[in-house]
Design a binder for this molecule. Structure first.
Ligand code: A3P
Length: 282
């Protein structure tokens, strides 16, 4: 692994971490190693549901929604509800982060369709800046937002570049509509009932009635999850970040509190160039 890493393009990110570029995307070294293992050993089953999202687009929300849709009736009793004991990051683990990391033979029992989620890139950037400051520099002053923004605009971001990632899934979702569902965070916030019904039908678990929909929405709601003891005080198991770091505001448009007009113009320009002709609007 050391030899492979020594040959890859490398960038320092948020002053404290190194990212390595592999086939156009940026990774932490342990995630890259786990990704190689996953590519070699992971075999999808017909009933797998794979969440393919970039950090800060709302992954935690999908990681909560899907188990409540699929297993909801089993979690009625608090003693059986895994979200009362663990962060959504651990209830639904990430292949490159905590399934195949240092483990060639993981238990995949919790895990032939794919879900992708996009979010306004300005909110993704602001969410990511807060997360990285909290997790990687908890004792230091925040990393200058201008520097973080420069990296984001250059596509340097864990598992990024953002636009390349969402565009790939967007294009594929248009080709294989029955296999890939492309969701948007903003649409889920604006019309949670409609989007969650769409999600449930897509994964083959349509709701029987309104009560079921309301129940899933309430259980996986930002307000409930953020205020669970486990998410206020715990840490993602095996040395992960604080569970609270995955629940910040859960809103649309917080970028307006941080972006200067120049930043807005620059990112809008990049978005226009990247997404032109794709039909994708973010
Ligand atoms: P903010 O930092 O803007 O609040 P990810 O899970 O992909 O890392 O994304 C984290 C973002 O999703 C954070 O955004 C977080 O607050 C928000 N989030 C987490 N759980 C959510 C939920 N149940 N509903 C809506 N947003 C949620």
């Amino acid at each position: 692994m050391k030899e492979i890493l020594s040959k890859l393009p490398k960038q320092t990110w948020f002053e404290v971490c190194e990212l390595y570029q592999w086939q156009g995307s940026w990774y932490f070294a342990p995630h890259l190693e786990a990704m190689f293992t996953a590519q070699l050993l992971f075999e999808a089953r017909d009933d797998d549901i794979i969440i393919a999202t970039l950090p800060k687009t709302g992954t935690t929300w999908l990681k909560s929604l899907i188990p409540y849709i699929v297993e909801g009736s089993k979690y009625e009793d608090d003693d059986d509800d895994p979200f009362l004991k663990d962060s959504p990051q651990f209830v639904v683990k990430t292949l490159e982060i905590n399934v195949f990391r240092g483990n060639q033979n993981p238990d995949l029992s919790m895990q032939d369709c794919l879900l992708s989620l996009a979010r306004n890139p300005k909110d993704v950037f602001v969410s990511s800046w807060h997360f990285m400051n909290k997790v990687m520099r908890p004792m230091e002053s925040p990393y200058p937002i201008e520097k973080a923004f420069e990296s984001f605009c250059n596509g340097v971001q864990i598992f990024g570049p953002y636009f390349d990632h969402v565009l790939k899934y967007w294009n594929e979702s248009l080709k294989v509509r029955e296999k890939i569902l492309f969701l948007k965070y903003e649409e889920m916030k604006r019309n949670p009932k409609g989007e969650v019904e769409k999600l449930a039908s897509f994964i083959g678990r349509p709701f029987a009635n309104n009560v079921e929909i309301e129940n899933v929405l309430q259980k996986s709601s930002f307000e409930r999850l953020k205020n669970l003891d486990v998410n206020k005080t715990g840490f993602v198991r095996h040395g992960g970040p604080p569970n609270s770091s995955f629940f910040r505001l859960g809103t649309i448009g917080d970028w307006k509190n941080y972006f200067t007009p120049d930043m807005q113009e620059r990112l809008d320009h990049i978005a226009t160039l990247k997404l032109e002709g794709s039909g994708l609007d973010l």
